[in-house]
Design a protein. Sequence first.
Lengths: 266, 294
Amino acid sequence: MRKSGKIPKVLWISVTLLFLYFPLLVMVVFSFNDSTSLSHWEGFSFRWYESLFSSNQMISAIFVSVSIAVLATIISTILGTVTAIGLSKSKKIVRTAILQTNNLPILNPEIVTAISLMLLFSFLGINRGYLTLLIAHIVICTPFVITNVLPKVKQMDVHLADAAMDLGATPLQALTKVIIPQIKPGIFAGALMAFTISFDDFIISYFVSGNGIENISIVVYNMSRRTNPSIYALATIILVVILVIVFVGTFVPYIIVKRKGRITHE
Amino acid sequence: MKPFRKLVGPYCLWLFVLTVIPMFLIILYAFIERGNTIATFNFTFDNFKSFYDPVFISVLIKSFVLGIITTIICLLIGYPVAYAISKCKEKTQTLLILLITIPTWINLLMRTYAWIGILSNNGIINNILQAMGFAPINMLYTDFAVVLGMVYDFLPFMILPIHTALTKMDPAIEEAGSDLGAGPIKNFIKIILPLSMGGVLTGITMVFLPALSAFVIPRLLGGAQYALIGSFIERQFIHVGNWHFGSAVSLILAVLVIVFMALIYMLERYAGVNMDEEDKKHAKIRKNTKSFMD
């Protein structure tokens, strides 16, 4: 590379990162502010963290968000994986039809998916609440599980499961002992994506939830009509959790590999 | 492997009940008269009549204009960043891409909310301006704030696909261009840009579509009265209670999205982008980031 291009390159990247992280930094700093102001620093305090955890509304919202995300992830991962395995063996027409329909929730604007589900629940006379929220989250998560798992199923050696069954395995055994271990990375990626989609979702939840069932996003949306540094406190906690997960997920395996590498080199 | 075919069954039923029927219901609601129960529905185009309403037309135009401005700004910032990152060492690239991705994992509402404290009349920027002796600027609840919020929230989705496209490019091609006498600008226009066109088009899709249907960002940074298509639909369903008109607007939005996707598809074909690869890339980016359709 030409040396002359180096300074603008570093500058351009740094400015962009600054732009992306400046608001996050503001949230972290002002979550410790001893004032309702979002911009005047008036001393260090934990009062917004206290008010966050003393709010029943927030505690139950955290419970709803986490429990819905966990359940939606488990159910959509099982449903998506099973479907992806089936799809790889089904006729081309069936596969194309299902995959095209499966793409609808991915490609449609989220607000359109949201109101379509809201219309369905009202049409069927189902009261909006925890169950409708869970069903809606499975609807938006499963397509992403399928798009993650299907490529892995296709890469798999098609004869392995047949071989297992020829050797006396039942289809269920072939599934759990032969197929699933091979597509694990895809399942894991799909599950991770399902969890983040569900946990961060606002639009779908806003339209299909009701009867006082609120997840974190809905509470934040309702809170945001007035200044409330508790939102900053919650964002800070979530940021810290994400950073810890990223650190453990990215750097720890890297360090382990490096150590192992060094040991084998020596 | 034949026994596994049956595994598709449950999801077939699931898709039919929870994806096909709901979409059909939007179409149904859009075309029946207000106040009718489903059992006695009367077909009508009335719900689409309101489109001649100047208020609605201005909302539609505004959504498009802001969506296009947001996309252009994201492209102008995002392309050079993606290019600069692609020129770094591999390990630095992984770290930088991770740093670009992390903000997207934080709830969009919270990320947007942070800007209220920065932009408001007694916010951080105005505090600094006043300390330096300037008059405060009214920024919150303006078009500027909405575009800024959308650029902030969607920029990573422009950078990531362009970066993927650029790293797939063989650097030897670029060097060959220089060796054969092309200057940096000619090299860029004739070689780098066409080869990264797939990433650019994916990026445009991933920024323009959520920007077009956004409703959280306009609400938080544009104020309660600020209307884009997304907020317009929300108002029809939650506040006005006219589900039929709301459905008609949603249908129009869905059709606009399909038209836009078809356009991008044609451009991709024109630019010679391999669709199979593009789909995989799309899925990969989704995996790395997540659903963000505000």
